[in-house]
Design a protein around this ligand. Sequence first.
Ligand code: SF4
Length: 338
Amino acid sequence: MSHFSEQIQIWYHNNRRDLPWRETKNPYHIWLSEVILQQTRVQQGIDYYNKFVHAFEDIKTLSNASEQEVLNLWQGLGYYSRGRNLHKAAKMVVHEFQNQFPRIFDDIRKLPGVGNYTAAAIASFAYNLPHAVVDGNVYRVLSRYFNADEFIDTPQGQKYYQALADELLDRQNPANHNQAIMELGALVCTPKIPNCQNCPLGDTCEAKSKKTWSELPRKKGKIKVRARQLNYFVSINKQNVLLQKRGEKDIWANMFEFPLVEGDEIDSQILKNVRFLKTLNHKLTHQNLTVNFYAVDNVDEISINHSAEWISLDALKDYPLPRVIERFLAEEYELISR
Ligand code: SF4
């Protein structure tokens, strides 16, 4: 075992957080936790993990649920394609892997929504297979420990860090090694101010001795953010609300929203028959949304192209809604509390 691996595993043994998915070797549970945690803070992830394990006791139950049920439970976590992929992957396990969660890296990697990191995490945590994980925490620890200036967002840089991680992996105990390096990145080698004084790698870390940690890891390019304006037309009475299902191809695919006109020019005929309510700003990874809400008293008086249906307010909780619409309903009408 390398000095690196030995140090982080001793530290992990004494400092690890107790998290529900660390108590199991069940690949279904580990997979659920990994998909939930992909873009989510651990504290929030615990609640969702418990909700999913409780609602879908095994992968077959998950595969038998409707996509709407899955998205509904996913609501609030964002990045809804993860929820949809979770459901697709459950169906794939049931139909193509005879209801057995795949046991080797290449098969796990075939599941929708599972990339190299997630496949390595499941393969090592559930089956103790020697695959090194590389996620944001691992990039940070490795680039600092070796004072490596390779970019973490280029294919070449990613290959470099994966090779480094493979080399350091404790092949006798990959699950523990992987957990340890990720936990170190999450708790000690943190993005803004790492706790180098209490780091088990402090004696041999290059970024610590050269004081370069604040510049590492390096990224080549920032993502471009697109601005969009969404105008929603809200028809709501004591019993019902008018909602339509979104298409497959855009953000919030298959979720429900009010009738919509996108863009910064709205037909003046429409504007005559509606009342402005409020604007909410909403940020997604690649998009900054300005979302305007207008009240419509008589839907027939405005001609907007929509395929909306009246949905009873009592049934609203069964419909997956984008976060911004949920926020609007809560602020404006005190509706929706899940
Ligand atoms: S010594 Fe500091 S910079 Fe180096 S790995 Fe530890 S926390 Fe990170």
